[in-house]
Unconditional design. Structure first.
Length: 190
């Protein structure tokens, strides 16, 4: 049996490296999203299974910000802000209206500011990272159930945070011709 030549070995190694890098590129976004959701890194909100058992007397003002990227839709929070006690479960509602004459396929992403509040701002129910199909002229209402974990009040880095902004951005997902409809884009900041 013949041993492979140096050129053949180099070609195989290069092919494996390209395949590995391509796989890493496709895995990077979901892995980063998972990392951020688990750790609260970069202002990313955690998902929680249940609300805290205790509420503090200390309150925090939660502001809601809405953005649209490349879609003909109106996106707004029903309330601009809510004041909640730390540990208390809050509920916010967001409205999305498709202003075009074709279905929109969109996904919402979110983050919180200040970033140091990210590990403590947690959601029980959310519409984020789920593809949504909004029919022409249709308005949909999306709920978000959340709380600020009591541990925030004792953490050196986040102690004293009195205001948190929860920001959502809707962006095109699949099946939508973004370029031809970019001129019709309408967004509402809340």
């Amino acid at each position: 049996m013949k041993r492979p030549t140096a050129n053949a070995v180099a070609a195989i190694v290069c092919t494996l490296v390209v395949m590995g890098m391509t796989g890493a590129a496709f895995a990077a976004v979901p892995l980063y999203r998972l990392f951020c959701q688990v750790t609260g890194f970069d202002g990313t909100v955690k998902r929680a299974d249940k609300a805290p058992d205790r509420q503090l007397d200390q309150t925090v003002l939660i502001r809601f910000d809405t953005n649209v990227r490349g879609l003909p839709m109106i996106f707004r929070a029903e309330q601009i802000s809510q004041r909640v006690r730390i540990g208390e479960t809050g509920m916010a509602f967001f409205d999305v209206t498709n202003t075009s004459d074709q279905p929109i396929h969109a996904t919402a992403a979110y983050n919180v500011v200040p970033e140091r509040a990210g590990p403590y701002f947690q959601k029980l129910q959310c519409f984020c990272f789920e593809g949504q199909t909004i029919q022409p002229g249709q308005t949909m209402k999306f709920p978000v159930q959340y709380f600020v974990a009591p541990e925030m009040a004792t953490d050196r880095e986040s102690r004293g945070v009195e205001e948190i902004t929860l920001s959502y951005t809707f962006y095109p997902s699949r099946g939508f011709d973004q370029a031809s409809n970019a001129a019709q884009t309408t967004g509402a900041a809340g």
